[in-house]
Design a protein around this ligand. Structure first.
Ligand code: NDP
Length: 337
């Protein structure tokens, strides 16, 4: 029974001392419990935040504790009503081969779900984040321009595709030519711009001839600074993530963008709203998401790209790859071989 624990709190990007792979005894479920065997582990940018001992929307992982994370697991033995041996479940049991669960906040996916790992992506937390953030905060209207970065990742890819379904112009931003080609050719965005280009801001301006009505912020950083001058009056900015800054150890060097940010919000009457997906929206929004997304997937209106990394020992590197933009699509680690 292998597990990955937080060995020390990283300063900047996690390194080889941050996480430790350990062996642990195989736990035995008591009455009212079940034993889960992890099949897929989700790798998500928020995991970097959980390594910090800082005030946030969730408790940090403690030193020596198993790294937090959502998994799809198989029920190996069960003393719990509603969960039978062989069922697949969505659980928050973290980076480990096996876990005991009392069923709290565990979703039963049934004995043979199609694409079980999608519960960690397009049909799960990232897909719902894109759906609720864009539609409930971004409120896109037909003909408007929606801009999103990390456009080949699970949240951004979904934001742009929903924007297209709603009749908007979808402008993606991604790192590199391959990702940009995927975003346009496979996901159907109108255009995608490489944020590594020297003339990124000019390219973004050319891609948004009518300005920007919705900027769904996944990254912050220079993408945000390129977006600000293009915002239209009454633009909306759902603030979903600022991954460009997750590894900061202090305030970045360079010009102070505070005045540009605040005066743009003021002059353009921009609605800026941060959100945390698991407690921000009513359950009715989640039900709408499941219904709409299931339909769009079966109709082929939404495409989904997953990158499967083999082996729990490779999970730490997989997290850094996601943070640095070296991943392509939704990253899941295949834990059970
Ligand atoms: P991704 O798998 O898309 O990974 C993040 C991507 O961000 C990288 O792959 C990289 O893509 C891009 N990126 C990293 N650094 C920079 C930078 N400096 N400038 C521009 N782009 C950069 O992540 P997700 O789709 O899982 O998540 C997207 C965002 O949404 C994250 O910020 C995440 O924390 C947030 N989130 C927030 C939730 C909430 O409840 N608020 C819930 C879920 C996610 P590229 O190579 O294309 O640059």
């Amino acid at each position: 029974n292998r597990r990955v624990v937080l060995a020390e709190r990283p300063v900047g990007l996690p390194d080889e001392n941050t996480l430790r792979l350990e062996e642990a005894d195989l736990p035995t479920p008591k009455d009212g419990e079940m034993l889960l065997r992890t099949e897929f582990l989700s790798i998500d940018p928020y995991m970097r935040g959980r390594m910090n001992d800082a005030k946030s929307y969730a408790e940090p992982v403690k030193i020596g504790e198993v790294m937090t994370g959502q998994v799809v697991a198989e029920v190996v033995s069960s003393n719990l009503d509603g969960f039978a041996v062989g069922d697949r479940v969505l659980a928050g049991s973290g980076w480990q081969d096996y876990a005991i669960s009392d069923g709290t906040e565990v979703v039963n996916l049934g004995a043979s779900p199609s694409n079980p790992s999608w519960a960690l992506g397009i049909l799960g937390m990232p897909g719902y984040t894109a759906y609720a953030g864009l539609l409930k905060i971004g409120e896109p209207k037909p003909g408007e321009t929606v801009v999103v970065a990390a456009a080949s990742g699970p949240v951004g890819a979904t934001v742009g595709q929903i924007a297209k379904i709603k009749g908007c112009r979808a402008v993606g931003i991604a790192g590199g030519a391959d990702k940009c080609a995927h975003v346009v050719n496979n996901l159907g965005f109108d255009v995608c711009i490489d944020h590594n280009a020297d003339d990124f801001a000019e390219q973004l301006k050319a891609a948004c001839p009518d300005g920007i009505d919705v900027y769904f912020d996944n990254v912050g950083g220079k993408v945000l600074y390129g977006v600000l001058p293009l915002l239209n009056p009454f633009a909306r900015m759902p603030i979903c993530g600022v991954v460009a800054w997750y590894n900061l150890t202090g305030l970045p060097e360079g010009p102070d963008f505070g005045p540009l940010i605040m005066s743009t919000i003021l002059r353009m009457k921009v609605k800026v709203q941060g959100f945390i997906i698991f407690d921000n929206f009513p359950i009715s929004t989640y039900k709408e998401f499941v219904q709409d997304m299931t339909g769009w997937l079966s109709e082929g209106k939404v495409q989904y790209k997953e990158q499967v990394v083999d082996g729990i020992e490779n999970a730490p590197q997989a997290l850094n790859d996601v943070l640095l933009g070296n991943s392509f699509g939704k990253v899941v680690v295949k834990v059970a071989q």
